[in-house]
Each structure stands twice: as structure tokens, then as C-alpha cells.
Design a protein around this ligand. Structure first.
Ligand SMILES: NC(=O)C1=CN([C@@H]2O[C@H](COP(=O)(O)OP(=O)(O)OC[C@H]3O[C@@H](n4cnc5c(N)ncnc54)[C@H](OP(=O)(O)O)[C@@H]3O)[C@@H](O)[C@H]2O)C=CC1
Ligand SMILES: O=C1O[C@H](COP(=O)(O)O)[C@@H](O)[C@H](O)[C@H]1O
Length: 578
């Protein structure tokens, strides 16, 4: 288990506290973008804090602590930090893990005097070869001198080659990490080791065992060893539980960070604030006022040879057709990303912001979901999917699904939660759409135009907008649909929204598990979908073909209408331009 030094925390906080009065956040950003200033102050990770009466203070931000939610019991740690990316030769590492680390580095969260990064995989390449593989993916809007930052960041990376199931490679890795720790004069027992498993889950058990046997850190002086594991966590309830037990025998739950990158998205993180810090929503957020809720992730992606046709996306397609066919859209997106978002939309107010309190409430939602009915599922497979060379000719794998869930509790009885995800569709967006009931005794007959909707656009063009009926400006008393719009790009100009992976890796370093999936959450999530998945795997339920570049099968829209969703015809929300 982890131990921490509280005395050092105070000393360290005091050491770096300093103020620049009358400095606005924008002025600070500009100042910080000058490399000389950054050189002077980056190791202090300063942040801007409002003092009140229009004054702003620049103060030390501890790189390993989330000060705003100190209620979760975190205590900052000091000393040397080693981040080890296992599967460093792979797709995720190149496209997401290393770029996220680079962003953190550019913002001063990974001070070079404390941090070292190791890549580990079987592929025999040199340090420089690994650096060259990832160099092109290191782009940061926050870097004032990008090429200088890229070079410095790459120098922090060392590569170790070895297998995933033999001690030799991990002993070598341990030696390299220890060398780094000694070079930083890190006291034994105070160093921190973060292992990011950017690997296929099939190798998680041997890799965890190797880490446990060969690379653990002493924790008696506040040091720790943590692991981040990627999805998919299993293929169904049985395999997920088996994987959980295997990892659980080697690591305690507080050391395991099961990542779901949707939990790191800005507007997903905003859900708790939105729901529980605003009086507006408290009395409305229930079955008395809400008719139905949709959560959707729509993608343009197709696989391999179709990519060019439909516009290649920056993440998740390349060479993943084989992976995808084994899993399908429900395992790839619905059982994890959509269900996690649903939990945050539907859960009760947690006792506090402590990770365990939040996760307790999420588990309750999952445990209250009723069994899925066949007639409330529409599966689709886009035409041409099976032409992909990595996909079997008779694949029954859905590339699209709409599934209706019902939550059996006092707040949500009777409100359908419509989860929808698909690939090769006509648009790319992720959103939460809360549709309210019709106005009782409507004297304007406005229900023919549309219902009130509260939409949270997760991506692209992050926004929240409230669709409502207003008087058409002019002499006549007629109504029209309009919106109250909080578009982030317009409202928060110049603010860079962090990447999900960046935020979640930082949370792991800080020891904050709020945005990670707990073992019992995972189990409850698989319990919901396993019966349906087995029926699909056994060929008892078949996907309906749909045209690539369409909305998916027409039957999905019919299911939506049956569930009570009323489409507003002729209204389209257009993200405001600057
Ligand atoms: N890429 C993506 O878009 C996303 C990936 N993920 C998840 O992240 C993890 C890593 O994904 P990704 O980087 O795409 O995976 P890759 O297939 O690129 O694998 C990563 C590395 O693991 C090693 N590896 C691959 N297959 C095996 C195998 N059968 N046995 C042992 N080692 C193997 C290879 O390294 P070497 O041979 O050099 O050892 C490879 O470079 C997976 O769990 C994936 O599901 C999650 C979301 C998105
Ligand atoms: O986990 C996954 O998510 C991506 C979609 O993520 P986004 O952040 O780009 O919305 C998806 O394309 C991929 O198939 C899936 O594995």
C-alpha cells in the first residue's frame, strides 16, 4: 500500500509560492509562452489563481496534486518519477500516450529534473529509433518553441527491449529505472513508478506478474507503483472477471487505473459540476420532466481500404479492423464509453467528490439497469465492411448499434436511455441529448415544432445548448425554435482544452482515481451487456446492412421514435464561428 509524507508536502508548497498581482490569465499565458520565462519558472509549474477584486496571482502548482479537490485525501509526493510505456512500439503509444506525456511536459507537469520516461516492447530498436517513430506525433499548441521542446522531451526517453513473459527484460528495465532514480538522488522508497500498459489485454497477466516480481518500488517513504490498463477489459463478464482476478492478485485496487478515455473529456468531466452545482437542473433532472435521454458516439471511420473514401480519422482505424471484428461496436464503445457517460448523467449526488463516493453512485446506477430486451436493440453492419482483408467473409459483427436501457429507480423509472454508436456514418460527433416532456396545456401549439432539449456536445466543437421555443421576432405572435448556447470555442477563447489522455495520466500521477473504472463498476457494466453479446456472438441476432455515409439502419430511427424521441424537423444547431 502507499504511504506519503505530509511534512514534505507543506514544505514544498511553501517553497514555491509567489505572486504576480494584477496579472490576468491571458497575460500569464502570453508571459509563459516566452521560453525565457518558462525556463525560469517551468520547474515550479506555476498556475494562475484569482485573488478577488480583479487581481490574479501566479503560484506554484504542484505537479502531482489536484489542489481544487483536496477533499479526496491526496497528498502530493516528491522525488523521482519514472513513467514506463509498455508496448512502446505500438499504435496507441505513438498516437496517444507519448503525445499526452509531451503535452504534460510542455506545461511543466513533468519536470526534467524529476521525470524519466521508458519505452518497453519486444521490437529491437534503439532509443533514437523509438524517438524518430514518435517525433511526428508530438505537437503542442502550448509550446512556444516546439522544436526545442520536442528535442528536450525526446531526450527524457530511453528504450528497453524485452519480452512480456520472461524475467530478463524486466530485470533490465528495473536496472535502467533504478539507474535513473539513483542519478536523481532519489531516496530508496520515495520514487514513483507508473507503468502504462499500451498492450493487447491478452498480455496483461504476464506483464503484471513481471512488474510485480521484478520492477516494484519500495513505498515506505511515499513511493509507489501504479499501473494503467487500457480497454478492452475482457470480452464478457466471465473473461473480465478472470482478468480482474489475475491482476487483482498482483496489485491492490488503488494501484490499478482502468482507463476509459471518455472520462477524460472536458464536457464529460463537467457533468458533475453541471448537475450538482446548478439550481436550474436539480428539480428538472428526473422522470417528471424528462422524456428520454440519448447518448451517442457517431464516427465516420471505416477500416483499411475504405478509409480514403470516407475521410480518414486521426485515431483508431489504422490496422484495427482485425481487432474490431473480434469485439464489435458494443464492446468497443457502448459497454464502456457510453455506459460511463450514462452513469454520470443518471447517478445520484455523491456524498462528496472523493473518488470512492462518486464511484459508489455510478455502481448503483449500473446495478439498477434492467435486462435489455431484444426488441429494444437495432444492430447494423455497413455494406462493404466484410471487404476488409482482416474481416472474415461471414462476419456477424455489428459496426452500429442502438440499445435502449431502463434504470429501475425512483428518479428514472419509465425514462428510456438510448445508447447509440456506429462507424461509417454520415457525421462524427459525440453528444448527450436530454429531451424534455411536452409543455402541458400548450396554448402556442409549439409542440409541433419541437420539444425542449438540453444538448451537451462532447465533440467536436464542445458546447452545451438548450433548445427552446421563443417568439419569432416581429409583429406577429408566432413561435420558433432557438437556443441558449454556451459554445466553448467562443466563450473560452484562447483556452486550450486538454486531451483526455493527458488529463488522465496526470490524475494517475496525482493518485486520483475519480475518473477511472473501479472493479465492481466494470463487473456491473459487463453484467448488463453480456447476455446480448452472447446472443450476437452465437448468431442469434443479426446486424442489418446499412449504407456507409448514412445515418445507420432506418430501423434505428424507428426504435428512437417508438421510445418517445421526437425529432425537431427543420432545426439544426450550427456551432457559432468567431
Ligand atoms: N490504438 C488505438 O486506437 C486504441 C487502442 N486501445 C487499446 O490499447 C492497447 C494497445 O493498443 P494498440 O497500440 O493499438 O495495439 P498494438 O497492436 O499496436 O500493440 C501494441 C504493442 O504490443 C505488442 N503486441 C502486439 N500484439 C501482441 C501480442 N499478440 N502479444 C504480445 N505483444 C503484442 C507490439 O509490440 P512488440 O511486438 O514490439 O512487443 C505492439 O507494438 C490495446 O489494449 C487496445 O485495445 C484503446 C483505445 C484505442
Ligand atoms: O476507444 C475507442 O474510441 C474511439 C473514439 O474515440 P474519440 O475520442 O475519437 O471519440 C473509437 O474510434 C475506437 O474504435 C475505440 O476503440
Amino acid at each position: 500500500m502507499e504511504t506519503r509524507r505530509v511534512g514534505d508536502q507543506h514544505k514544498r508548497q511553501e517553497q514555491y509560492k509567489y505572486c504576480f498581482q494584477a496579472l490576468t490569465p491571458n497575460a500569464y499565458q502570453t508571459l509563459f509562452s516566452h521560453s525565457r520565462f518558462r525556463r525560469l519558472h517551468s520547474s515550479h509549474n506555476p498556475t494562475v489563481k484569482e485573488l478577488g477584486s480583479g487581481e490574479w496571482c501566479l503560484q506554484k502548482r504542484d505537479s502531482f496534486r489536484n489542489d481544487s479537490f483536496s477533499g479526496n485525501g491526496n497528498v502530493p509526493e516528491i522525488g523521482c518519477l519514472s513513467i514506463i510505456v509498455l508496448g512502446a512500439s505500438g499504435d496507441l503509444a505513438k498516437k496517444k500516450t507519448f503525445p499526452a506525456l509531451f503535452h504534460l511536459y510542455c506545461q511543466g507537469f513533468l519536470p526534467p529534473d524529476e521525470v524519466h520516461i521508458f519505452g518497453y516492447a519486444r521490437t529491437k530498436i534503439s532509443d533514437d529509433e523509438l524517438r524518430n517513430r514518435i517525433r511526428g506525433y508530438l505537437v503542442s499548441e502550448r509550446s512556444a518553441s516546439p522544436s526545442e521542446d520536442v528535442s528536450k522531451f525526446l531526450q527524457l526517453i530511453k528504450y528497453v527491449s524485452g519480452s512480456y513473459d520472461a524475467a530478463e527484460g524486466f530485470q533490465l528495465l528495473d536496472k535502467e529505472i533504478a539507474k535513473h532514480e539513483i542519478s536523481k538522488n532519489s531516496q530508496e522508497g520515495s520514487s514513483r513508478r507508473l507503468f502504462y500498459l499500451a498492450l493487447p489485454p491478452s498480455v496483461y497477466p504476464p506483464v503484471c506478474r513481471m512488474i510485480r516480481n521484478n520492477c516494484m518500488n519500495k513505498s515506505d517513504l511515499g513511493g509507489w507503483t501504479r499501473i494503467i490498463v487500457e480497454k478492452p477489459f475482457g470480452k464478457d463478464l466471465g473473461s473480465a472477471e478472470e482478468l480482474s482476478s489475475q491482476i487483482g492478485e498482483l496489485f491492490d485496487e488503488p494501484q490499478i487505473y482502468r482507463i476509459d478515455h471518455y472520462l477524460g473529456k472536458e464536457l464529460v468531466q463537467n457533468l458533475l459540476v453541471l448537475r450538482f452545482a446548478n439550481r436550474f437542473f436539480l428539480p428538472l433532472w428526473n422522470r417528471d420532466n424528462i422524456d428520454n435521454i440519448q447518448v451517442s458516439i457517431l464516427l465516420l471511420q471505416m477500416f483499411e481500404n475504405h478509409e480514403v473514401l470516407w475521410g480518414r480519422e486521426d485515431f483508431g482505424t489504422e490496422g484495427r479492423g482485425g481487432y474490431f471484428d473480434e469485439y464489435g461496436i458494443i464492446r468497443d464503445i457502448i459497454q464502456n464509453h457510453l455506459l460511463q457517460v450514462l452513469c454520470l448523467v443518471a447517478m445520484e449526488k455523491p456524498v462528496s467528490l472523493k473518488p470512492e463516493h462518486i464511484r459508489d453512485e455510478k455502481v448503483k446506477v449500473l446495478q439498477s439497469v434492467l435486462p435489455i430486451k431484444d426488441e429494444e436493440v437495432v444492430l447494423g453492419q455497413y455494406e462493404g465492411y466484410r471487404d476488409d482483408p482482416t474481416v472474415p467473409d461471414h462476419s456477424n459483427t455489428p459496426t452500429f448499434a442502438t440499445v435502449i436501457l431502463h434504470i429501475h429507480n425512483e428518479r428514472w423509472e419509465g425514462v428510456p436511455f438510448i445508447l447509440k454508436a456506429g462507424k461509417a456514418l454520415n457525421s462524427r460527433k459525440a453528444e448527450i441529448r436530454v429531451q424534455f416532456k411536452d409543455v402541458p396545456g400548450d396554448i402556442f401549439k409549439s409542440k409541433k415544432q419541437g420539444r425542449n432539449e438540453f444538448v451537451i456536445r462532447l465533440q467536436p466543437s464542445e458546447a452545451m445548448y438548450m433548445k427552446l421555443t421563443v417568439k419569432q421576432p416581429g409583429l406577429e405572435m408566432s413561435t420558433r425554435q432557438s437556443e441558449l448556447d454556451l459554445s466553448y470555442r467562443q466563450r473560452y477563447q484562447g483556452v486550450t482544452i486538454p486531451e483526455a489522455y493527458e488529463r488522465l495520466i496526470l490524475d494517475t500521477i496525482r493518485g486520483d482515481q475519480q475518473h477511472f473504472v473501479r472493479r465492481d463498476e466494470l463487473k456491473a457494466a459487463w453484467e448488463i451487456f453480456t447476455p446480448l453479446l452472447h446472443r450476437i456472438d452465437d448468431g442469434e441476432m443479426k446486424p442489418i446492412p446499412y449504407q456507409p455515409g448514412s445515418r445507420g439502419p432506418a430501423e434505428a430511427d424507428e426504435l428512437l421514435a417508438k421510445a418517445g424521441y421526437v425529432q425537431t424537423h427543420g432545426y439544426i444547431w450550427i456551432p457559432p464561428t468567431l
